[in-house]
Design a protein around this ligand. Structure first.
Ligand SMILES: Nc1nc2c(ncn2[C@@H]2O[C@H](COP(=O)(O)OP(=O)(O)O)[C@@H](O)[C@H]2O)c(=O)[nH]1
Ligand SMILES: [Mg+2]
Length: 321
């Protein structure tokens, strides 16, 4: 018997995982998700209902309380155009900030991560733009970015005549203002792109792949930029990632075959349900959409299950629609 394929959905807290799962489950139940059906009802069905119910009322599922997060596995089946049926398992895992910090500080992987990382045939990595923790800036931020944070800026120091003591009086100190120092109270969070790269490094290590080797290895990686309905100034997720996650793009380029990597923009709910009037709109038509770049041009489909089918079948999944 062939091994059941497995797709891992990973993302930090608030990256949109629960919303997507709830929306997918809702559409499957209504038989409105192209080519995807459920094969088994399991204990996870109840967990899933908790995500679906708020969506049916046009609300985002409540945040999973800390400490109650548990991995979820769904047994699904994809049916291709030729009728071939592929059963697969969708495994969903939060990577909490503190788990990620331990990975970086102690090189310790949570046991659960090892389990899915060994079996995954494909991964969906969720990134929500408003939750992106950026890399620390290389250059000091522009003065204008510090407005309000540091209080009013001091008057620019003039070099050469006129004599500064004339303008500032006897208290004038001829020194450039000090650069603010990092303090222990500053929030320390692992930058999102580094966390994603680290997860991909784990997947590669499980497969004995050295860094910088671009071998064909049967592992597809979909980077899914969520809440895409809120992204205004980029036409494709490729453009957004190139601008906001260049280090991740470099890493993907040097470690994966191009056909094994795909970028999606995903809106699980199509609109922001928190904006007036949108909840009613969503209740009438609970469809979201997916956007991807097709030879550089944006393509859009209402099929939010597409990233899953791409992870299973690759480019052939994108021909439908
Ligand atoms: N505009 C918009 N916001 C979304 C969408 N999906 C999720 N969100 C927002 O992201 C928040 C966190 O989503 P959630 O699915 O709970 O993230 P999780 O922690 O990864 O499970 C939600 O409460 C929404 O505010 C979407 O498709 N569009
Ligand atoms: Mg969640």
């Amino acid at each position: 018997m062939t091994k059941v394929q497995s797709i891992a959905l990973l993302g930090g807290p608030n990256s949109g995982k629960t919303t997507w799962l709830g929306a997918v489950a809702n559409l499957i139940d209504q038989e409105r998700l192209p080519q995807i059906t459920r094969t088994q009802l399991s204990a996870d069905t109840r967990a899933l209902d908790r995500f679906v119910e708020p969506l049916l009322e046009g609300k985002y599922p409540p945040r999973t309380p800390h400490g109650h997060r548990a991995p979820i596995s769904l047994h699904l089946r994809a049916t291709q155009d030729d009728g071939a049926e592929t059963p697969f398992m969708l495994q969903v895992e939060d990577f909490a900030g503190e788990d990620m910090e331990r990975v970086f500080s102690d090189r310790l992987w949570p046991e659960a991560w090892r389990v899915w990382s060994e079996s995954a045939n494909g991964v969906l990595l969720f990134v929500r733009p408003s939750e992106l923790v950026p890399l620390p800036p290389i250059r000091p931020p522009a003065e204008s970015a510090l407005d309000g944070l540091l209080g009013p800026a001091s008057a620019p120091v003039q070099i050469g005549p006129p004599d500064p003591t004339a303008a500032f009086g006897g208290d004038y100190v001829p020194e450039a203002p000090e650069t603010p120092r990092a303090s222990p109270r500053d929030a320390q969070r692992v930058p999102t792109t580094l966390a994603l790269i680290e997860l991909l490094q784990l997947l590669r290590a499980q497969r004995g792949l050295a860094t910088g080797v671009r071998a064909g290895h049967g592992l597809r990686v979909a980077i899914v930029v969520t809440a895409w309905d809120a992204v205004q100034d980029h036409k494709t997720p490729n453009e957004w990632l190139a601008q906001n996650a260049p280090i991740l793009e470099d890493y993907l380029w040097s470690n994966f075959a191009t056909e094994d990597v795909m970028r999606f923009g995903l809106s699980s709910t199509g609109v922001d349900l928190r904006v007036n009037g949108n909840a009613e709109r969503y209740e009438e038509d609970p469809r979201g959409f997916v956007v991807w770049a097709d030879e550089g041009k944006p393509r859009r489909e209402p099929d939010i299950g597409l990233p899953m089918r791409w992870a299973l079948f690759g480019a052939s999944a994108l021909k439908t629609g």
